[in-house]
Design a protein around this ligand. Structure first.
Ligand code: NAD
Length: 283
């Protein structure tokens, strides 16, 4: 397979920016595209701030920071990514949007370019099915914040080829990450477990097993989790959690039935940190 020097990232949201930083700091040239010109325009100063924070925390030197930013290029069209050797898609978690995009990518990129998706839970097989070469489509599931989280889950769809899996594992390692090789099933390994844990914690809250603080404390100190289930859900967003649970309930059955109290939190707009109130308040 082609040696990867230049990575194209599509989607300049939370995850796209994180992936761009990680790829650039590890020495790849990176092109970033977003369908929303404003998101693209804001991405560069936000990446500059991220680099400045890393320099301040002495995780990188200021010359490494400058070199990192020099490797990042915004692109004003998908076609402008045509020289990239490897593509990572990080647009909204909507199957139709992703399928439409993958049809376009299929037409633009030569066959040897891997098309990876950062989807949290959608089917790689279903995304790949709209392309003429489904064997080059693969899941590459990063975690938030990308520069701090150690893992990338490499998810193989039904038709993903062996060389594409190997190439993606290699790129994952070159991005400084540990990899886990996962066969596609709804929720992969990580989203399936974290959705279940977050849901169960809500059932426990509803049943009066303990306060959110006490449950989080018990899970952190007793089970050695770095964050409690409510702290983590507040970070991810309960709306996102609910969407994943609904999909897992549909595909994997009853044990994923969303807890009614969790549904009420979403209905109330208590989505987590992003709305300043979830299970906890963030004033
Ligand atoms: P986000 O909403 O922050 O960003 C999505 C970006 O995609 C936006 O800037 C939007 O303008 C852009 N976009 C939408 N449609 C597009 C298109 N057709 N072409 C180009 N750009 C387009 O979303 P996010 O949180 O960064 O999530 C992106 C993906 O990563 C999703 O699939 C999500 O499930 C997955 N993911 C998210 C997290 C997380 O913690 N947020 C973790 C792992 C994986």
């Amino acid at each position: 397979m082609k040696e990867v020097r230049q990575i194209g990232v599509i989607g300049a949201g939370v995850m796209g920016k994180g992936i761009v930083y990680q790829a650039a700091v590890q020495g790849f040239s990176v092109c970033l595209y977003d369908a929303d010109p404003e998101a693209l325009e804001q991405a560069i100063p936000q990446l500059e701030s991220l680099v400045a924070r890393q320099v301040k925390k002495e995780r990188i030197t200021s010359s490494e920071g400058e070199a990192t930013l020099d490797r990042i290029q915004p692109a004003d069209s998908l076609e402008a990514l045509a020289s990239c050797d490897f593509i990572i898609e990080a647009v909204v978690e909507d199957l139709e949007v992703k399928q439409k995009l993958f049809r376009q990518l299929d037409a633009i990129f030569p066959d040897e370019v891997v098309l990876a998706t950062n989807t949290s839970a959608k089917s790689i097989t279903e995304i790949a099915a709209v392309t003429s070469k489904p064997e080059r489509v693969i899941g590459m599931h990063f975690f938030n914040p990308v520069h701090r989280m150690k893992l990338v889950e490499v998810v193989r769809g039904l038709q993903t080829s062996d060389p594409v899996v190997e190439q993606t594992l290699r790129v994952g390692r070159e991005l400084g990450k540990e990899t886990a090789r996962i066969q596609e099933r709804p929720g992969f390994a990580t989203s399936r477990i974290s959705a279940l844990v977050g849901n169960e914690a809500f059932y426990m809250l509803m049943e009066g097993v303990g306060s959110a603080e006490e449950i989080d404390r018990a899970i952190k100190l007793g089970l050695n989790h770095p964050m409690g289930p409510f702290e983590l859900g507040d970070l991810v967003g309960w709306d996102t959690r609910l969407k994943v649970l609904q999909y897992l309930h549909e595909t994997l059955g009853e044990k994923f039935r969303p807890c009614p109290l969790l549904v009420q939190y979403v209905q109330a707009g208590r989505l987590g940190r992003k709305t300043r109130q979830g299970v906890y308040r963030y004033d």
